[in-house]
Ligand binder design. Structure first.
Ligand code: MN
Length: 290
């Protein structure tokens, strides 16, 4: 299908819903679960955020992952990561942690505060079969390393990818991955239209986490807490106001079977059984000191 010069329309709207994960952490699951092919190469987006310590204090004690990448983006608060490779990272406001679980990681993600506001996002990005069993890597990206761009009507933090907004090239910290993820945090500063250039066959998702937004030349309206999954096309038009903040997430679909079970995302049930057996046998990673 030729989708050049085609406006990306809103194909599906999801309302982030309350969920609990880790040790009783109250969060909002924006998407995830079953029928993930339509989000390919993405698997899940969570928003965590509360000013009540009881909602986050339990954190995410030691747990495994295999077969994909986790991307944590902090807006407010402090979170400490420890993993079996010996990495210790303190995530502060504006920081990003990009972790490739690959063949296996065991880590903990724990709040480093006992009160006050905590807010952020965790995105799961799938890996193609050829990379699922590659060694784990960990990339701690301090806020001051994340490029900021100002265009008419918006301020942009470019976490990943190479896109263009209103003709201005926007390049994130993380590039060169096989799924070519784009991950932008956009704060609108007025009601100017933003035109985001995304390769026409890529998946594109927009999550509104503050304010209101319209999408497409038809002006489909969305409010805080909603995710729009967009049709294919090469034109993405966003319009909001000075209090609107959105995540724009884009990526190249992998097109392989997705079998998701808890913290493991593989291509077949047999590979999931293997991951569970490896974890139980203590061989998911070389060392399990996290
Ligand atoms: Mn984790």
């Amino acid at each position: 299908m030729n989708t050049a010069n085609t406006d990306r329309r809103v194909e599906e709207v999801l309302l982030a819903r309350a969920a609990s994960d880790g040790d009783g952490v109250q969060l909002k699951r924006v998407f995830g679960g079953n029928n993930l092919e339509r989000f390919d190469p993405f698997l899940m987006l969570d928003e965590f955020g509360s000013d009540k310590a009881a909602d986050y204090i339990g954190g995410f004690p030691s747990h495994p992952h295999r077969g994909f990448e986790t991307v944590t983006y902090m807006l407010e608060g402090l979170m400490e990561h420890r993993d079996h490779m010996g990495n210790v990272g303190l995530l502060q406001p504006g920081d990003v942690q990009w972790m490739k679980a690959g063949s296996g990681v065991i880590h903990s993600e724990m709040p480093k505060q006992e009160e006050g506001h905590m807010r952020g996002f965790q995105l799961w990005v799938n890996l193609p079969a050829a990379e699922k069993m590659t060694p784990a890597t960990y990339n701690d990206i301090a806020a001051d390393r994340i490029p900021g761009y100002t265009v008419a009507g918006a301020q942009i933090k470019a976490i990943a990818g190479e896109l263009a907004i209103n003709g201005t090239p926007v390049k994130g910290v993380v590039t060169g991955l096989s799924t070519d993820p784009g991950y932008l945090d956009i704060a609108l500063t007025d009601d100017s239209e933003l035109h985001v250039s995304v390769p026409e066959n890529y998946t594109a998702l927009v999550y509104i986490y503050e304010g209101n937004l319209t999408i497409g030349s038809g002006g489909f309206p969305l409010s805080k807490g909603h995710l729009a999954r967009l049709s294919r096309g090469d034109k993405l038009v966003l319009k909001g106001s000075a209090d609107t903040r959105v995540l724009v997430i884009t990526g190249k679909p992998i097109g392989e079977p997705i079998v998701h079970y808890g913290p493991f995302v593989m291509n077949s049930p047999e590979q999931i059984h293997q991951a569970i057996n490896d974890y139980n046998a203590g061989t998911l990673v070389a060392s399990t000191s996290a």
